[in-house]
Design a protein around this ligand. Structure first.
Ligand code: AMP
Length: 510
């Protein structure tokens, strides 16, 4: 008999990550890392062939910024992270895997061997980023029980805390502003179900953008006073960034803050009020308000239908966020579950549920897709490129949809199906998810033979594609050829390297 597995939930954040497990009573508890802290900065320091993850790496940013990589999550979906370390660039999902491996090791120190976990992603993550997260878990040696959306996880934690899971359905708005991403989700909670009604967000908006405004403000002051621009010197920038983030935190607690900064030997002292800071960042906050309004519109509900507004993510500590939401929704946002821990707690509850844990109120999670999924086609009349949407955004998952297309020429021997994700009518402006190539079509196939493309979009936001050619041809599952994904060999290589605590590139990798 195998020992019962701990139910581990991991919030793999842009700035900070956290993990939680379920105690003997089925209640989520945050795990401390090896430094004794609940949050692990998602920051990596490359040092003499070693990779250090967490607080030490974050502190090193002030002096060794050129050896430090942060915000890998923001670059998921690209082939390589743009930061070069000793002339090397790494795939973002590998950097995420290194953070996951540290969280796993630290969890094992408390709980014993860990095989599997639930990992969370922003609701607004597209398929490519979800696949990259799955790959990161694989490289970290973790079996992924499920990927769930961060706001869903937060709502699960909230539902558990307030025993709403089996109560009458309530509509909850989850506003999640972290370090690097913004998500807003409207959910229905109750009757044993967490049902997402609509979701939207911005993967390039978070606390770092608020930091950047302070960095620019301070840099311009240094430039005016000393003719030195700290943004042009990596080390100075690293230090200034930390100071500005601290100042931002001070401004959440106080009406005024002071920045002390050493600008190449010149001492720079700058003051800013919370009001000035809010003015300098009001457009960022307005972007989140706009998305929040749009998300509610997508559900067809009114503000009066919303019974709770939940705050998730460290950046919701900025007083301007609560104020904006109070004005927008007419409700005082709920802070009863810690914004830093809610997501990991919900993930642990979901893991416990999937592992068949006792003491848990059973629940189901139902999701929607956050981006429309379609095929790049051509307008029959104009021949211009046009996106044929098969699964519109906010469709409940799992979803299956079919589209019928036609071969172009007589005797065509292969078909290329280009799969895209996004809202633009022009497929070139959508995110290119991958392609399927169907070869060796029967000879002498007439032009305009129907090609039926079927999408099967799973609950975890991952896609399967099958293509059938001709009226009665059997449909064939097709592997998506992805532009920026690691190959199976590369994944296995990095998995072995991480397990061995080294980081040598595969021989064939440039
Ligand atoms: P998360 O990704 O949820 O861990 O959130 C991290 C972000 O929250 C970072 O940008 C932090 O600077 C920000 N943050 C944490 N505490 C505060 C605070 N007291 N005031 C403003 N921002 C904060």
């Amino acid at each position: 008999m195998t020992a019962p597995q701990p139910a581990l939930g991991i919030d793999l954040g842009t700035t900070n990550s956290a993990s939680a497990y379920l105690d003997a009573h089925g209640n989520p508890q945050t795990l401390s890392n090896s430094e004794g802290e609940p949050l692990t900065p998602s920051v990596l320091l490359f040092e003499d062939g070693d990779v250090i993850v967490g607080k030490e790496a974050s502190k090193a940013a002030a002096t060794d910024y050129h050896r430090v990589v942060d915000c890998a999550k923001r670059q998921l979906g690209r082939r390589l992270h743009d930061k070069q370390i000793d002339g090397q660039q790494y795939p973002p999902e590998l950097l995420q895997a290194l953070t996951l491996a540290k969280l796993r090791r630290d969890a094992e120190a408390a709980l014993g061997p860990i095989r599997s976990a639930v990992v969370t992603v922003p609701a607004y993550f597209d398929e490519v980023r979800r696949k990259a997260t799955q790959d990161a878990a694989y490289m970290a040696g973790l079996e992924l029980l499920d990927i769930i959306n961060e706001p869903t996880a937060a709502a699960i934690a909230y539902g558990h805390r307030h025993q709403l899971t089996n109560g009458p359905p309530q509509v909850v708005l989850v506003y999640d502003l972290g370090g690097g991403t913004f998500d807003v989700t409207v959910m229905q909670v109750g009757n044993g179900e967490f049902l997402t009604l609509a979701t939207d967000g911005d993967v390039q908006l978070g606390g770092r953008d608020w930091d950047q405004r302070l960095v620019d403000w301070a840099s311009e002051a240094c430039l005016a006073q000393f003719r030195i621009d700290p943004r042009e010197d990596m080390r100075m920038l690293g230090r200034l960034w930390r100071e500005c983030e601290d100042l931002k935190h001070t401004l959440s607690a106080r009406a005024k803050g002071t920045l002390h900064f050493d600008c190449r030997g010149e001492s720079c002292r700058l003051e800013i009020t919370r009001r000035e800071f809010e003015e300098r960042t009001s457009d960022l906050l307005e972007r989140t308000a706009f998305t929040t309004r749009q998300t509610l519109d997508a559900t067809g509900l009114d503000w009066s239908d919303i019974s709770q507004v939940l705050l998730v993510g460290g950046s919701t500590r900025m007083p301007a966020v609560s104020e904006m939401l109070r004005n927008l929704t007419g409700r005082t946002p709920d802070r009863s579950v810690s914004p830093d821990e809610a997501v990991a707690h919900g993930a642990a509850l979901h893991a416990g549920h999937l592992l068949g844990g006792e003491h848990l109120v059973p629940f189901t999670v139902r999701n929607v897709n956050s981006h429309s999924l379609g095929v790049a086609g051509a307008d029959p009349a104009t021949k211009l490129p046009r996106t044929a949407v098969l699964i519109p955004r906010n469709t409940p998952l799992p979803a299956t949809a079919r589209g019928t297309f036609k071969t172009q020429k007589t005797g065509q021997d292969s078909i290329l199906v280009q799969i895209v994700e996004g809202e633009s009518a022009n497929p070139r402006d959508c995110s290119q998810l991958g392609r399927c190539v169907v070869r060796d079509l029967p000879p002498n196939l007439p032009a305009k033979t129907p090609v039926i493309v079927e999408f099967n979009y799973q609950e975890n936001g991952r896609l399967q594609v099958s293509v059938a050619v001709g009226d009665d041809a059997a449909k064939v599952e097709h592997e998506l050829i992805r532009e920026n994904s690691l190959t199976r060999q590369q994944l296995d290589h990095w998995r072995a390297q991480i397990a061995a605590g080294t980081l040598h590139r595969p021989p064939a990798d440039g």
